[in-house]
Design a protein around this ligand. Structure first.
Ligand SMILES: Nc1ncnc2c1ncn2[C@@H]1O[C@H](COP(=O)(O)OP(=O)(O)OP(=O)(O)O)[C@@H](O)[C@H]1O
Ligand SMILES: [Mg+2]
Length: 250
């Protein structure tokens, strides 16, 4: 599904802040796999996602999605293959638009036409159906502005918008970091449900080891721009689930 071969990325090129962030990184992700990536602050995790989503290009190395070389394809071309949810619930949604308009926007992602002919009764029913998957009542609030929603509700919508399009790979960058423990658990349960229901290949970045162990088919540790350890499904059950203990264990 996804293959990265000897990928190297330098950020801040030609400035005093120039830094090699990814360094000869290799990874292969199978179709339907739920891969978790962990690593300390600044390890290069979000840079890895920016690379997969096409926001940045590598200095060297290759990226393949579904067997196709996409190393230098544009973010627009890549958006049909990859969708991403980030830490900030506000980043994935537009506050001044209604829930329906946000969903409509997501369903049109990667296409050039505007939203004008989108607001049809059929699409309304479709958005209602999709929102009801979340089980948090958004389907009854489609006309409300997204700015009215709480962080957890907004992150649920971001998740739904990310999977609204049939993209093959879902990237989740610390999606529960801004949420309280209850909403964090709820969003993770929803994520697992959605990923299974829509049979998505998923890569998730987290600092929460309990989540990594519970949801990851495999856990990879990123350090200094390269993967230094891999825990398979069998091995990860032996890991300490407490964040601090895990980092000391590494
Ligand atoms: N434009 C830039 N120029 C130079 N260095 C940069 C630039 N953008 C990011 N970096 C550096 O690249 C490194 C990796 O950043 P990245 O955001 O990928 O880390 P991360 O693993 O996601 O960390 P966190 O857990 O804090 O989110 C950091 O040291 C960061 O300071
Ligand atoms: Mg990050």
């Amino acid at each position: 599904m996804l293959r990265l071969e000897h990928v190297t990325v330098t950020l801040g090129k030609g400035t005093p802040l120039e830094r090699k962030v990814l360094n000869g990184l290799n990874v292969q992700v199978k179709e339907g796999e739920f891969l978790v990536v962990v690593g300390s602050n600044g390890a290069g995790k979000s840079t890895l996602f920016n690379l997969i989503s096409g926001a940045i290009t590598p200095d060297s190395g290759k990226i393949y999605i579904l067997g196709k070389d996409v190393t230098f394809s544009t973010p627009m071309e890549r958006s049909r293959l990859v969708s991403m949810v980030v830490q900030d619930p506000k980043a994935g949604t537009i506050a001044q638009m209604t829930i329906f308009e946000n969903m409509a926007f997501a369903l049109k992602r990667g296409q050039k036409r505007g939203l004008k002919r989108f607001f049809t009764p059929y699409r309304w029913t479709l958005c209602k159906e999709k929102c009801s998957i979340l089980g948090i009542g958004l389907e009854h609030r489609l006309k409300e502005f997204v700015g009215n929603l709480s962080g957890g509700q907004r992150q649920g919508l971001s998740l739904l918008m990310a999977i609204a399009q049939d993209s093959s790979i879902l990237l989740l960058d610390e999606i529960t970091a801004a949420l309280d423990p209850i909403n964090s658990d709820r969003i993770m349960e929803l994520t697992a449900k959605i990923v299974t229901q829509y049979q998505r290949t998923c890569i998730m970045i987290t600092h929460n080891m309990a989540q990594a162990i519970r949801y990851g088919d495999r856990v990879l540790v990123l350090k200094n721009g390269t993967f230094v350890k891999e825990y398979t499904a069998a091995e990860k059950s032996k890991l300490p689930p407490y964040d601090r203990a895990f980092w000391e264990f590494l």
